[in-house]
Design a binder for this molecule. Structure first.
Ligand SMILES: [Zn+2]
Length: 161
């Protein structure tokens, strides 16, 4: 494990196992530090690993190179509710192939320029850029709805409207 690089990467709950780079990309092999996860259905902690699949996730560029994270997608088994649970990482949204901070960067870049320009800059297909932009737009709408319902709740229950 490379502590200096892990610190540099600044992602919670993971450590860098190895790193190799080509002319235009850097690949980090990551391990996940947690031995167990909490079942979202019954809150029981389980360390019964059912299966592991390697995934590749795009992250923010470093030193002018595209960065890819190779990490395991882990599925655990919860004995209490007899269900398989896919681990969720804090820095990747469910079923996404990019880190949250990468998607945020793309979103703001598109807002400032356009799909084609960002596609060229980041070496991503235009469709991928559009997909990220849509995902972020949906996420923001969801967040706004949540904020709004919180406000309504407070106004209804504690007066001052
Ligand atoms: Zn459970």
């Amino acid at each position: 494990m490379n502590l200096h690089l892990t610190h540099f990467l600044n992602l919670p709950g993971v450590a860098i196992e190895s790193c190799n780079s080509s002319e235009d990309s850097i690949f980090f092999q990551l391990t996940i530090l947690a031995k167990k996860i909490q079942c979202p259905h019954c809150r029981n902690f389980t360390e019964e690993l059912h299966q592991t699949r390697p995934i590749i996730v795009r992250d923010l560029p470093a030193n002018g190179k595209d960065v890819y994270l190779k990490l395991p997608r882990r599925q655990f088994y919860c004995k209490v509710c007899q269900r398989y649970i896919t681990e969720r990482l804090k820095f990747i949204d469910l079923r996404r192939k990019y880190t949250q901070r990468f998607e945020e960067r793309i979103y703001f870049q598109v807002k400032k320029s356009n799909f084609e320009e960002v596609s060229n800059q980041q070496h991503l297909g235009v469709e991928q850029v559009k997909n990220i932009f849509n995902h972020m737009t949906q996420k923001q709408k969801k967040q706004e709805r949540l904020e709004l319902s919180k406000q309504t709740f407070w106004q209804r229950n504690f007066g001052h409207s």
